[in-house]
Write a protein that binds this ligand. Sequence first.
Ligand SMILES: *[C@@H]1O[C@H](CO)[C@@H](O)[C@H](O)[C@H]1NC(C)=O
Ligand SMILES: *[C@@H]1O[C@H](CO)[C@@H](O)[C@H](O)[C@H]1NC(C)=O
Ligand SMILES: *[C@@H]1O[C@H](CO)[C@@H](O)[C@H](O)[C@H]1NC(C)=O
Ligand SMILES: *[C@@H]1O[C@H](CO)[C@@H](O)[C@H](O)[C@H]1NC(C)=O
Length: 435
Amino acid sequence: MFSLLCGLLFCALGSGQLASGQPDDGKRYICRAIPLSGDASCPVTLLPELNAGSQEEELRNTVMQLRETILQQKETISKQLGTINELTTKLSLCASATDDRKYEKGGSWGKEKQNTMGDVPRDPNDTIDSLGKTMQGLKDRLENLEQMRANVSGASFPSELRDLLQRRLGELEKQLLKKVSNLEEEKSMLSNATAAYRLKTESTLNALVERISELEKGGGDFKSPEQFKLSLPQRTNYLYGRITKSLPEMYAFTLCMWIKSSATPGIGTPFSYGVPGQANEIVLIEWGNNPIELLINDKVAQLPLEVRDGRWHHICISWTTRDGQWEAFQNGEKLGTGDNLAAWHPIKPGGVIILGQEQDVVGGRFDAGQAFVGELSQVNIWDRVLKPVEIQSMANCSSYIPGNVVSWLASNVEVFGRGAFKRPLEMCQERLPNA
Ligand SMILES: *[C@@H]1O[C@H](CO)[C@@H](O)[C@H](O)[C@H]1NC(C)=O
Ligand SMILES: *[C@@H]1O[C@H](CO)[C@@H](O)[C@H](O)[C@H]1NC(C)=O
Ligand SMILES: *[C@@H]1O[C@H](CO)[C@@H](O)[C@H](O)[C@H]1NC(C)=O
Ligand SMILES: *[C@@H]1O[C@H](CO)[C@@H](O)[C@H](O)[C@H]1NC(C)=O
């Protein structure tokens, strides 16, 4: 490019000289090809033919003109140098931003990109690399241009040529500017695409993490709302579940649940219902080496249930205020019955149901020694005595009947304590004793 311009310069100088001083006969076109390796400073030798005394003044004038031209040219070029410097700064900013992106990309999501999403239009790595190269190329070209202008300023030439050169350089500059702005736009698009992509990846990951912790902590969506269990893995006074519903006044009830525990020396307290003035309104507890006990209004019946084998068991206890009659079922089988348990007492309403802890006051003052350790599920309560066939069909997985006063739903069970979780429940068939 430079030598082309030098060539232009020389031709123009020759013809310019011809036009101004020397009519036809002198005909000195000086069109020299400048070798690429030649002196790039484009030396302009003033024409040796101008030696006659009559031409001296002409020459002096020309020299004066040229000096002036050079001064103007210098001024113009120094202005343009400012612009070029600005451009160069811009470009190097772009280039360093490109480098930064390269490092950024090496970050934690780098590997996932190819595998998880697959809808990234192109490999950002490559694109950023080639963008960086393009920018570097442009930068070099600008530097050349700058150098060339500096070199040109050292030469002398008449105004038409100066204009030509300036036009030429102006065009070049315009082209470069356009290219730079295109590149900047492309970079911005790329960066937006990458940002959007990262955002998407992160939000997908977040959703996954959220879902996992929901499943662990509770409130998650299970296969169906009753297909979850409450897991209380340690004997503490702070791991428990709370049923967000209370009980109405009741003259009979059936309490059923799936229960799994291997805790010794007793499974503790899977269920307690406390009301103001009576913390032991309904309690199911196995403590020490005693059998499982049912407390109603703090009266006690010992139940012939045995669940402490680390396997799932379906148990149901029904009670009616009439004669305080009760029945106890395990795995659909009626294992015991009795009466005079809190006879003629109505179950008081408005209390608190706690799963896994025994309440000494309503909703609190738990004792780790009485805590339940294991898993509970489908704790349902009806305000009537269920028929044995209903209990059997639930215990053999042929039906599921939600409780009419308390029904086992994830949204009805709050989990408290670090380590207590709602988890997906095994299939009913897998919970059967012979499974
Ligand atoms: C992307 O860049 C990183 C480091 O800059 C390199 O290790 C990796 O191989 C590149 N990946 C591709 C697909 O070019
Ligand atoms: C400008 O001139 C300098 C020496 O004066 C030379 O080193 C450089 O290569 C020239 N630049 C161009 C673009 O020809
Ligand atoms: C990239 O995003 C920025 C901010 O959201 C926006 O101003 C710009 O126009 C976007 N660029 C392209 C090329 O879409
Ligand atoms: C489950 O129990 C119900 C009620 O006793 C009975 O009708 C049904 O046949 C039983 N189903 C199985 C698979 O044992």
